[in-house]
Design a protein around this ligand. Structure first.
Ligand code: IPE
Ligand code: IPE
Ligand code: MG
Length: 258
């Protein structure tokens, strides 16, 4: 990340503002949302797309620069085939429907994850959306699809090794530069909806110093108010990055105000 001018949280203390620059979300609880209403799980996924649309709008209004959401994990292939194929179709349809609106709103769209198992229609829709929005800077929206934190680190290490024949050691900077989120600062705030308190192989490397926020709200019910609650919780945290509270007050750093 050093290449892009972002501070690695383990190499130096990053500057921190009261509004998180980068929020990463595990959008969990679609199935339970549907089950509570005696609806098929798929209805929860469809409603989840609406919740994402609202969250994107709210993120823009609040000046958040990077929003990264987990849509499909590398382990979600273990689900029933009909659910997997529904999710893929929903991804394609949502992309086709929303891409012009994303572009009009100045959103830069990216997908991170292993695309090798995606069908060609999905690959084309992703490429078209990424190309169309490549010049936008208002909000960097990244969808993690067939993403796994371990896959990300292993792929990065392999790219580093491939670039330098005979290399015997890899550095943090070299790995950083090859990770799928190398274009972004590390997430300031991680949110998981749906009540589970785990990372589920999301951004393992990048979450090193992120503030973690867990809510019982099921993803389809997540809205601007829920986002504000998460940000309010973030603003109460003291981000020490290894230092003591006393050190923070000595330098007039509250831990969360730039
Ligand atoms: C998150 O909701 C969406 C995906 C993982 C694709 P779930 O489908 O995991 O919903 P729950 O956890 O079963 O309620
Ligand atoms: C994590 O949710 C992945 C996504 C939200 C895409 P899961 O529902 O798959 O996670 P686990 O299985 O409960 O850990
Ligand atoms: Mg789940």
């Amino acid at each position: 990340m050093a290449d892009q001018g972002f501070t690695s949280s383990t190499q130096a203390v990053p500057s921190v503002g009261s509004v998180p620059r980068h929020i990463a979300i595990i959008m969990d609880g679609n199935g339970r949302w549907a089950r509570k209403r005696f609806l098929p799980r798929m209805a929860g996924h469809t409603k989840g797309v609406e919740a994402l649309r609202g969250t994107i709008r709210a993120a823009i209004e609040r000046g958040i620069e990077y929003l990264t959401v987990f849509a499909f994990s590398s382990e979600n292939w273990r689900r029933p085939a009909d659910e997997v194929s529904f999710l893929m179709q929903l991804f394609i349809k949502s992309l086709q429907k929303e891409v012009s609106r994303l572009h009009e709103n100045g959103i830069r769209f990216r997908v991170i994850g292993d695309r090798s198992r995606f069908e060609s229609t999905l690959l084309k829709a992703i490429a078209a959306a990424e190309d169309l929005t490549a010049g936008n800077t208002r909000l960097h929206l990244t969808i993690a699809a067939n993403y796994g934190g371990r896959w990300d680190v292993i792929s990065a290490v392999n790219r580093v090794l491939a670039k330098t024949a005979g290399m015997s050691e890899v550095s943090e900077e070299a790995i950083d530069a090859e990770l799928s989120m190398s274009f972004a600062p590390e997430p300031d705030l991680f949110i998981r909806t749906g009540g589970e308190q785990r990372i589920s192989n999301f951004l393992l490397w990048q979450l090193a110093y992120s503030e973690l926020y867990f809510t019982d709200t099921l993803w389809p019910d997540f809205d601007a108010l829920a986002l504000d609650q998460a940000v309010a919780s973030y603003q109460e945290r003291e981000r020490r990055f290894g230092r003591t509270s006393e050190q923070l007050s000595a330098v007039g750093d509250t831990g969360h105000h730039a």
